[in-house]
Write a protein that binds this ligand. Structure first.
Ligand code: THG
Length: 373
């Protein structure tokens, strides 16, 4: 046992998923806490994990993406009350990325919604107590639903070799599902939902595992993927920053609207969806600050433990940097920033006040990981 392991939090409050033991045993050197759950991270170092994700396939214990199950005749109505995205006609096998908002149109979470059945949904949440919104609204409106956290733990299978691995373990048919669509696969006799989704831009799947111990499945995936170079991994900061995948409580804070977060394409304000934040959002369509990709000059950056102020070239306040990382593939530092309108056009020169001095920076036209920088 190394030093880090001996300092592992020893308490039942810090929950562990059915995959934690295997993921941890694979050589994790650190932990992340998310939705009161511990996940193992940092296997062979940040750069090695990043490069491996882009070339092979990784198993991610993302059991911390907790599910809120909303079941019953009013299930769709309750989910729709929480989001400006019109979800009234989604397909039976669909997953949808939904900004969720409060009555002021401010973001409470940014989950993936999974349609399990007409009267049964899973809200796969980011790090906030979103379940209280659903319980509170359901009680206040006397809706005919049950709201609870089921025993479901997503397992990410991410990377270019994910298709090959899924074909071997779950069958060729499973690889024919489209992006953000799902199917049922057989896991030791139990049908479980497998979706083509995940918190990376390298392609892959998420298995919504239902069960108490994921070790047998984990080992089966590891054995089947030897020649595909399968390894344990975890959501990769550098890869998700260069791809522009946002992180709630970093890039999206509870004072922000979906428009400020750059998620306006998921707001359907003309439809009478019933979203509780609809009226507020109609008045907040034109943000004065918005999320932007930025490039930050110089060598690799220090780790971020607080927002870094952003200024114009002449020192006027221009916003904040909420995430930053070395993008090794592109040889750049990429940041996700909340930028004031006067400074948010592509090409505008900025300064970042890092924890270790100032750096020059500029607004990019797109995130490099999306092939649009
Ligand atoms: N998968 C599942 N649950 C999750 C996450 C996940 N819950 C927590 C967290 N991640 C929620 N946040 C996100 C952020 C981005 C995406 C998914 C969840 C994402 N975005 C795609 C993109 O931006 O290209 C697709 C968006 C779209 O066009 O629909 O995948 O990762 N189960």
């Amino acid at each position: 046992m190394n030093d880090t392991v001996s300092r592992m939090p020893l308490t039942v409050r810090m929950r562990r998923s059915p995959f934690f033991a295997r993921s941890h045993a694979a050589g994790a050197q650190g932990y992340i806490v998310y939705n009161n759950m511990l996940i193992a991270t940092d296997f062979e170092g940040a750069e090695a994990d990043y490069r491996h994700l882009k070339r092979a396939v990784q198993l991610w214990d993302v059991g911390c993406e907790r599910q809120i199950e909303i079941a019953g005749p009013d299930a769709l109505k309750l989910v729709q009350l929480s989001t400006p995205r019109d979800i009234r006609r989604i397909a039976d096998d669909q997953c949808v990325y939904i900004p969720t908002v409060d009555g002021d149109g401010c973001m409470t979470n940014d989950p993936v919604l999974v349609k399990v059945a007409d009267d049964r949904y899973w809200v796969s949440i980011a790090d906030s107590d979103q379940i209280l919104f659903y319980k509170g609204v359901a009680a206040a409106l006397k809706l005919n639903v049950s709201v609870f956290e089921p025993e479901v733990a997503p397992l990410g299978i991410q990377g270019p070799n994910a298709d090959a691995l899924v074909a071997r373990v779950f069958g060729e048919a499973a690889t024919r599902i489209g992006f953000f669509r799902h199917t049922r696969v057989d896991v030791d006799g139990t049908p479980m939902i497998l979706a083509r989704s995940g918190y990376s831009l390298q392609g892959g799947y998420e298995l919504y595992f239902e069960g108490g111990d994921g070790s047998v499945l984990w080992e089966r995936l590891v054995d089947a993927g030897q020649d595909l170079d399968v390894k344990a991994g975890s959501p990769c900061q550098a890869e998700r920053v260069e791809g522009g995948l946002l992180s709630y409580l970093s890039d999206i804070t509870p004072d922000m609207t979906p428009f400020e977060a750059g998620l306006g394409r998921f707001c359907h304000l003309d439809a009478d969806t019933g979203c509780l934040g609809l009226a507020a959002l109609r008045a907040k369509r034109e943000p004065v600050r918005q999320v932007r990709p930025i490039e930050i000059d110089g060598d690799a950056l220090p780790p971020m433990t607080a927002f870094w102020p952003l200024t114009s070239a002449d020192g006027a306040p221009a916003g904040r940097v909420s995430s930053a990382a070395r993008s090794w593939s592109y040889g750049l530092n990429i940041g996700i920033a909340l930028v004031d309108r006067a400074h948010w056009d592509a090409g505008v020169a900025l300064r970042v006040v890092t924890s270790e001095g100032e750096r020059d920076a500029r607004v990019l036209s797109g995130f490099p990981g999306r092939g649009s920088a």
